[in-house]
Ligand binder design. Structure first.
Ligand SMILES: Nc1ncnc2c1ncn2[C@@H]1O[C@H](COP(=O)(O)OP(=O)(O)OP(=O)(O)O)[C@@H](O)[C@H]1O
Length: 588
């Protein structure tokens, strides 16, 4: 029953709906008691040959009225109680989704996508059963069961009732025992489902890689193994589950047997009439559902409780990023504009706290200036970007934007000022137009076209069959890597944020297109800050300052000209890339 207590907050918030629903459910139980009683009375009067046609019509009329009332009450309780369950499902899913949006990167490293999806679907459904079928079975077990018992005692005989109900306590004890075992088995089953979900998600996402590396068979074998494991754990759940119904059927059978033997003797002894025995047998029929309901109730509660704990486990996870704007109305806060100053003394990833990945990173950028970040693979470029985007807060030092430490600016307000273009872009399964207008849905087609022109994508789009209405993403046409990158840049340009971050975002476009896009960016962002991380040095050559990273430190810094004069890594790399470009051109 502690599952209901766990959901107390929800029932309290939806008190009215549940009170109305439960009242309708109780009235349904009461209306259910009328037909057996009338049947008994009719049988007695028929037995005594005393029934008139008028009385007969009255009885039939009463049964019809009870049936109509049943219909209405049933409709009403279903509407209220199942409506409440749907509300809980919506609320839990909404909370989970919002929570996912708040969580930092380490959370998504700890929980894999398939697991999160399982909790947001299967577990939420198991919890919503508690607020729907759980409430129904509880009320039915108590009220229909209780009212039927009272009717049996009052209208028939209390001794027969007590004797017939002897098997009931066994049902309660066994249901409790099975419930505990079911809880543990169900936890295992949900965890197995999470693992399977994960595997499916990873295999589907990496299907191209799997095929190219000839790993399809191995992956299929691993998938089958996991499926069998999941089936095994589920079998355990079903085994326990399927012990419920036969148990209840046996107990009901024993009850009927006792009734026939003991009740028959009572009729013979004239302690009760034949009509009363008929009513009693009909009442046992009414008792069947409440008895099953007790079994279902334990089942639903145990599953709901296990799933609720899994969901709450996620919701109790705290983000490492403290939001200074929590509880504040951030929408009405003013925009931030000004210098971006970074003074990071040291930073280590939370999972490797002793290993400094960045040290002594200093730079100041005025609005309108561009910073270039270059360096070998793994030198720390992306990590600097992650700190700028507040994916981690645990660094020593300060990053200041518009005169305020970014950790003191509400997350919403700060991130609203940033546009980020990653190397691997994500496209949504919608039209080209909606993909570009993703962060500014109200943008007109002219604005979208303008952004596409500035990112050198417009001409490509015109070649698509339906132009800006062409569908992309999983259900649409496939775009080249370069097209995806330029679409992502168009998206960022349309948003016109104070800080634009390009993380190797032009790696898949040719040198000429890169030049055109960068020139447009410079013109467009004359009063805004831009950070460009790149492997190709031509992407940063016009930057106001270029930082050459090596092992998490700034190894060289300056403008393109200054760095060439320095004749270090940058100059060497520049000559090599120039030569490669020339060879490439002559090949064409
Ligand atoms: N989540 C993480 N946990 C621990 N270490 C990490 C994590 N992400 C990156 N690192 C380490 O931090 C260092 C810097 O990585 P970073 O991704 O910033 O380099 P990069 O210069 O952007 O490389 P690339 O050019 O390949 O993108 C690397 O040694 C990397 O292994």
């Amino acid at each position: 029953m502690d599952t209901f207590a766990k959901l107390g907050w929800f029932f309290k918030a939806h008190k009215k709906r549940y009170l109305l629903g439960i009242t309708a459910l109780i009235l349904t139980s009461a209306a259910n008691l009328v037909p057996p009683r009338i049947l008994g009375m009719m049988a007695d009067q028929l037995d005594q040959g005393k029934i008139s046609w008028g009385q007969f019509a009255c009885y039939i009329g009463a049964i019809l009225v009870a049936a109509l009332a049943l219909y209405l009450f049933r409709f009403y309780w279903r509407k209220e109680i199942y409506g409440g369950a749907a509300e809980l499902e919506k609320e839990m899913r909404g909370r989970l989704f919002w929570h996912f949006l708040q969580m930092d990167r380490t959370f998504f490293q700890r929980y894999r996508t398939g697991d999160l999806m399982a909790r947001a679907t299967n577990d939420v459904q198991a919890v919503q059963f508690v607020a729907g079928d759980g409430v129904l079975t509880l009320v039915d077990a108590i009220f229909t069961g209780g009212a039927t018992l009272i009717a049996m005692m009052c209208f028939v005989d209390w001794r027969l009732t007590l004797v017939a109900m002897i098997p009931l306590p066994f049902l309660a004890v066994l249901a409790r025992y099975l419930g505990t075992r079911l809880h543990d088995a169900y936890l295992d089953s949900q965890a197995a489902f999470s693992r399977l979900n994960n595997k499916t998600q990873e295999s589907l996402s990496g299907i191209k890689v799997l095929k190219t590396f000839g790993q399809s068979q191995q992956d299929a074998a691993a998938f089958n193994k996991m499926t069998y494991e999941t089936v095994d754990v589920n079998r355990k759940v079903f085994r326990i589950d399927s012990l419920y119904d036969p148990l209840i059927t046996i107990i009901i059978g024993i009850t009927y047997m006792i009734t026939i033997v003991y009740g028959g003797t009572m009729v013979t002894n004239k302690t009760i009439s034949l009509g009363q025995l008929i009513s009693f047998v009909a009442y046992i029929g009414t008792m069947v559902w409440p008895m099953f309901a007790i079994g279902y109730l334990f089942n639903i509660l145990e599953r709901g409780s296990a799933s609720y704990d899994r969901i709450m486990g996620l919701l109790h996870e705290k983000s490492l990023i403290a939001d200074a704007g929590e509880g504040l109305d951030t929408k009405s806060m003013p925009k931030i504009h000004g210098d971006l100053r970074c003074h990071v003394v040291a930073f280590a990833y939370p999972d490797e706290p002793d290993q400094d990945v960045l040290s002594d990173i200093d730079f100041d950028l005025k609005p309108g200036q561009t910073l270039g970040l270059v360096g070998r693979v793994g030198s720390g470029k992306t990590t600097i970007i992650q700190l700028l985007m507040r994916e981690f807060d645990n660094y020593r030092g300060r990053i200041v934007f518009g005169g305020r430490d970014i950790r003191q600016i509400p997350l919403d307000v700060y991130l609203n000022e940033i546009s980020y273009v990653p190397q691997n872009n994500f496209l949504f399964s919608t039209s080209v137009r909606d993909n570009i207008a993703f962060a500014k849905p109200e943008a007109s087609l002219e604005e979208v076209e303008e952004a596409a022109k500035k990112s050198a994508l417009h001409d490509d789009i015109l070649l698509f069959e339906k132009g800006y209405d062409t569908m992309v993403g999983e259900n649409g046409i496939s775009l080249s890597g370069g097209q995806k990158q330029r679409m992502s840049i168009a998206r960022a340009l349309l948003r016109d944020s104070e800080i634009l971050i390009l993380d190797d975002a032009l790696s898949a476009v040719d040198a000429k297109t890169e030049k055109a896009v960068l020139a447009n960016l410079r013109a467009e962002r004359a009063d805004k800050t831009t950070v460009i991380a790149a492997h190709r040095l031509s992407s940063v050559m016009d930057a106001d300052e270029i930082l050459v990273m090596a092992q998490g430190k700034i190894a060289e810094r300056g403008t393109h000209e200054e760095l060439l004069k320095l004749n270090g890594w940058y100059a060497r790399m520049w000559r090599r890339q120039e030569l490669a470009a020339k060879v490439g051109e002559s090949d064409e």
